[in-house]
Ligand binder design. Structure first.
Ligand SMILES: [Fe+2]
Ligand SMILES: [Fe+2]
Length: 177
């Protein structure tokens, strides 16, 4: 699974989102345990990419939707404490819509990517995913959340994030003639 060629193919699809400064800003927001939203979104997108390839599903949409599924852009632990939100106003129920509003403001989002983002919290958000791509990201998101808390796949996660950090740096350097 951690074949560097897979990383390269994933990076090619993910790069336009990965290099957006707002995507980068998610490094500051802790998500699960010690994992940032930035790291979580990348791992979800990579594992979704890997599974999409295995199932011969078009990976572009899966990668973009997965990268942006938690694009809510705040620290939900701090927000939760500050605003003391209750019931249906809690982060778990609302963040998919916030992520979609942010995603559509900053990126071109098609109907499948919208479905991936807006339905990823089913059944907290009542409507189930519509497309096979949305079900795929939905399952991987739940799986990755589980691995974040249990410290599983740590080597794979570390090498993927290292690969991306290295290539983003190289991509940002000016070309020499
Ligand atoms: Fe989420
Ligand atoms: Fe997530």
């Amino acid at each position: 699974m951690n074949n560097p060629r897979d990383f390269a193919a994933f990076f090619r699809l993910a790069r336009p989102v990965l290099e957006h400064p707002l995507f980068e800003s998610q490094r500051a927001y802790i998500h699960h345990d010690t994992t940032s939203v930035y790291d979580h979104a990348i791992i979800v997108a990579y594992m979704s990419f890997w599974l999409a390839k295995k199932l011969t599903i078009e990976a572009d949409t899966v990668v973009k939707g997965a990268l942006l599924h938690d694009f809510f852009l705040y620290d939900w632990h701090i927000e939760g404490r500050k605003s003391k939100k209750r019931g249906l106003k809690k982060h778990g129920f609302t963040h998919a819509k916030v992520a979609y509003a942010n995603a559509v403001t900053h990126f071109e989002i098609g109907p499948i990517e919208k479905d991936i983002i807006i339905k990823h919290m089913f059944p907290l958000n009542l409507k189930p995913p519509t497309y096979v791509e949305s079900w795929l990201v939905y399952m991987i998101d739940n799986f990755v959340t589980f691995t974040d808390y249990l410290d599983l796949y740590t080597n794979l996660k570390a090498s993927l994030l290292e690969y991306i950090a290295m290539h983003k740096k190289l991509a940002n350097q000016p070309f020499s003639k």
